[in-house]
Design a protein around this ligand. Structure first.
Ligand code: GLA
Length: 419
């Protein structure tokens, strides 16, 4: 898409990124996201036992939980009023399950594949060895899900090209074999270019390109301390690997696909990310990046003001922002909250305050957002199911979070809440 004036800019980027600092420090306060767990029939956690009280003369009746109705409104309709798509992740399991398919079709108009477009699903080792170049080949699950999205008129967020995780390590080695040595910078840059080119070409050839509106070019490259996360992309190419990734994605992606940087714990990385995004420019000073993915893997005990301060700061760069993997766990990562009615109310309030705060910004024009994606919808299918983070409980009953996500404050858990 753009002319090559690579060398000079790459040199500038090395200096700029070096200023941001690199350090081997892999300690995050939040547990590292891992591949999604297969749904299990985890039993509903029992509510926190009421403290056994010394018998009292009269027993105050416990307030009954606010009844939550069967909602007829859908996320895609509600968010559509603000100009946003409503998204969910979809796993292979969900794509084969009739109940999930129905729920997704009814409620959402954007899909992110939970795993099936990740590097380890689309890079073929044997074919790469045979070709002497990285070979992109979609797995059967990937093909099937692409077809499903097309058949059901879904818009798709591509996720993800460059990542330290769920990436086969053989891609970094001589002859695509980890028993050899890591390749050098030039070889790895050529492989990165071939990889990007093939992904976008393959989507085009197979007739799927048009349904993609955004693509995560890079996932999770920065640590909470503002340094670059160690990975073999960094080791083989060097500190400008991120600029190179956006440069090459911009070169090969069609215009209609927005290019994103996506990360978790985003609100703790504001300065590093803010500075980094400004380095992602071409020779004419135009951004190579279109948007920033806020994964939004949050906790009810997270600080909402801090989250919005981060969003407001990043928005000043003029880039789009998407919420890409929203889920809100009960409690805190190291202080899990039980699925009591009270905790679920607090969760509903959190979802409501977050989403309504975003919509206010979207309407005011201070945040440019075109999609809000949840990382699933039912607790039993969530990768963080022990924290009950989703909108439906384990029996698929709507929680307060569900009313909150529909921006219906009266069902979002605000009644009867004692501060
Ligand atoms: C991260 C990734 C997602 C997914 C989750 C866990 O957030 O970006 O693709 O792997 O972890 O499901």
């Amino acid at each position: 898409m753009r002319k090559m004036k690579l060398t000079l800019l790459a040199a500038v980027m090395v200096v700029a990124l070096a200023a941001c600092g690199t350090k081997d420090n892999n300690v995050d306060p939040t547990p590292e996201p891992t591949a999604a767990a297969q749904p299990t029939a985890t039993p509903e956690p029992t509510a926190t036992p009421e403290p056994t009280a010394t018998p009292k003369p009269t027993v105050t009746p416990k307030p009954t939980a606010t009844p939550i109705p069967e909602f007829t409104q859908t996320f895609k309709d509600v968010y559509g009023e603000y100009g946003l798509k409503a998204g969910t992740c979809m796993s292979e399991f969900m794509s084969n399950d009739a109940r999930c398919q129905e729920f997704i079709k009814k409620n959402f108009n954007s899909i992110t594949f939970e795993n099936e477009l990740k590097p380890d699903y689309i890079l073929d080792q044997e074919a790469s060895k045979a070709a002497g170049d990285l070979v992109v080949k979609f797995s059967p699950a990937t093909e099937k899900m692409l077809k499903w999205c097309q058949d059901n008129n879904m818009a798709v967020r591509g996720h993800t090209l460059i990542w330290h995780s769920q990436t086969p390590q053989w891609i970094f080695y001589d002859n695509f074999d980890t028993s050899g040595n890591l390749v050098g910078r030039e070889v790895m840059l050529a492989r990165m270019e071939s990889y990007m080119k093939q992904v976008f070409e393959l989507l085009e050839q197979k007739g799927y390109s048009d349904m993609f509106y955004a693509y995560d070019v890079v996932n999770e490259a920065w640590l909470d301390d503002g340094t670059m996360r160690p990975s073999n992309w960094l080791t083989t190419i060097g500190e400008d690997y991120l600029w190179q990734a956006f440069y090459l994605a911009d070169k090969y992606a069609p215009e209609h696909i927005d290019l994103y940087y996506n990360d978790f714990n985003e609100q703790f990385k504001t300065e590093a990310l803010y500075n980094f995004f400004q380095t992602l420019k071409d020779e004419d000073g135009n951004y190579l990046i279109d948007g920033v993915g806020f994964q939004a893997h949050l906790y009810t005990k997270d600080d909402m003001d801090l989250y919005f301060a981060h969003m407001d700061k990043i928005a000043t760069l003029g880039l789009k922002i998407n919420l890409t993997e929203l889920d809100v766990c009960l409690g805190k990562y190291n202080d899990i909250g039980y699925a009591t009615d009270q905790n679920k109310k607090i969760q509903g309030q959190f979802y409501y305050n977050l989403i309504s705060g975003i919509m206010e910004r979207v309407q005011a024009g201070s945040v440019k957002m075109d999609a809000l994606t949840f990382w699933g919808f039912a607790d039993e299918l969530s990768w963080r199911q022990e924290y009950n983070p989703m909108l439906l409980d384990r029996k698929w009953n709507p929680k307060y979070a569900y009313g909150a996500a529909l921006l219906m404050k009266e069902y979002a858990g605000f009644d009867e809440v004692t501060e």
